[in-house]
Design a protein around this ligand. Structure first.
Ligand code: 13P
Length: 264
């Protein structure tokens, strides 16, 4: 039986699927089951797999991946550990269910729910305190990119959320240019490298999280996965739309595994 992934080793690659607000229950179970079925050789090659289904499907997804080498995480958590916050999900709830991680600061949350840098910081704090890996999303808008502010924006977002308790084992950063999400557009390789290098500069100055993984996210597909995953400092991908298709997500994960066996 494959070992469930604990996501704590910064030397492993990480391919994460953010299902966002998609799928119905039976579809979610079928997708998690399909991923678990091919997960073992990918994990054995050094690639962590993480699925982030909608909150109502988390328990079923955890059941569906049992026996596979797949971690399950939430798409968001509240900044507080419990309390009167109708409709929200608390990090300790996710941990108590068997989740390993939670996405925080996704640009869709920042946009739809007006989440600020300090609020995102509090989420990172709460997630880590609950024993989860915080997958912190940062990324610039098209306007900011066109103004040449990418490095400035993403390093501000990271600095704001880089809590004292963050380490290589409990923090993952995802660079997701807002304009690349769901658009089919991706940055030029040099722009990904520059953003990741800027983020690494911030992490490197903070001892315990200096080696935390930095993922790329935004229109990752089976077609472009190799060119993106082969870039320096790209430790994996946070995949949206393509993670909803079992075969395409598999192709992305297997590309990551192949790159580990035979570096580009
Ligand atoms: P897409 O892969 O659909 O562009 O979404 C990326 C994303 O936002 C993952 O969190």
């Amino acid at each position: 039986m494959a070992q469930p992934i604990d996501l704590a080793d910064p030397d492993r690659s990480l391919i994460a699927g953010n299902w966002k607000m998609n799928l119905l229950h039976a579809e979610a179970v079928a997708l998690a089951t399909a991923v678990a079925a091919w997960s073992a050789p990918v994990a054995a090659a050094g690639v962590d797999l993480l699925l982030c289904p909608p909150a109502p499907f988390l328990a079923s997804a955890i059941g569906a991946v049992a026996g596979g080498a797949v971690a399950v995480g939430g798409q968001d958590c509240h900044a507080k550990a419990s309390g009167a916050h109708t409709g929200d999900v608390a990090a300790p709830m996710l941990a108590s269910l068997g989740c390993r991680a939670v996405i925080v600061g996704h640009s869709e949350r920042r946009r739809d729910h007006r989440e600020t840098d300090p609020f995102v910081r509090a989420k990172v704090e709460t997630a880590i305190a609950a024993g989860l890996v915080a997958v912190l999303c940062v990324g610039e808008t098209l306007e900011e990119r066109d103004a040449g502010q990418t490095a400035q924006v993403v390093t501000r977002q990271l600095r704001a959320a880089l809590v004292e308790a963050a380490t290589d084992a409990n923090l993952v950063v995802a660079y997701e240019p807002v304009w690349a999400i769901g658009t089919g557009r991706t940055p030029a390789p040099g722009d990904v490298v520059a953003a990741h290098a800027a983020l690494r500069g911030i992490l490197a100055a903070r001892g315990p999280a200096s080696r935390a993984r930095i993922l790329y996210g935004g229109s990752v597909t089976a077609q472009n996965a190799r060119s993106l995953l082969a870039l320096p400092e790209v430790a994996g991908a946070l995949v949206g739309g393509a993670s909803l298709k079992a075969a395409e997500f598999r192709a992305i994960a297997e590309t990551a595994a192949a790159l580990r066996r035979q570096p580009a």
